[in-house]
Write a protein that binds this ligand. Sequence first.
Ligand SMILES: [Zn+2]
Length: 277
Amino acid sequence: MYITDNHMHIHDHLGLEAIKQFRKAGGTHVFLVSKLSTHYNLTPARGRDYNEIFQKHLKMVDQARKIVPGAYAVIGVHPAELTILTQYHSLERAKNIMMDGLEVAIQLIIEGKAVALKSGRPHYPVSKEVWDASMEVMHHAFTLARDANCPVQIHTERYTKEGMMEIRDMAKRTGIQPEKVIKHFAPPDIEGFKELGLFPSVISGKGIFDAIKAGPRFVMESDYMDDKNRPGAVLGPKTVPRRTKEMLARGVDEDLIHTVHVDNIESIYGINMDEDE
Ligand SMILES: [Zn+2]
């Protein structure tokens, strides 16, 4: 049986020990997402400076793969980078650095070093100018992903139907398939996402039991942060395997669980999970 965590980080708390815990709890596949430039103590002055961040991340994922062979890299430019970069650059310049950074990421994805792009828009209140710039960056991410035929994991403001409709409409305008746009930290509104066409990566708190009642059109994530300053923030690395086993114990059909952890993942990322086990 395969168990997949669609969104996890490795940073400075447990490090690779988190991957060992995930494995021990029954996890078999994990998508490791790159973090903010500040987490790597780097201040990008131009787009290609993101390459150093991505290379560090890819190296870590290589190490994780020795513990969990089904470990994949997700790379990109977190929307909060705009707030960081505008401390050093004009808004226009910061926006361009982020767009160029996304191009560095997509090149690595095309080369097969990572499987998805990360983008989005701020989850905290920002000025209209910053919001508009973020929208342009996300639009660029969608365009790059469409051309490379890869998915985009998006980090966004708190879920509202209106907000998600706006993002779905942007996806349609760029021509990326809406189901290749994965809403990270999604609530268990499976019906809502089905109507929208976007794909939910549901945060695996207790709400996950509501998600599975509405059918298997979702994937699961812990968003484990591995941040020593916020060790209890969000969920731990064992969460997805544990919740999955709880579902089985509660009598959830094994075929549904297989769809969540295998069929959905293979169709989103275009991968064969058996090759990595
Ligand atoms: Zn995250």
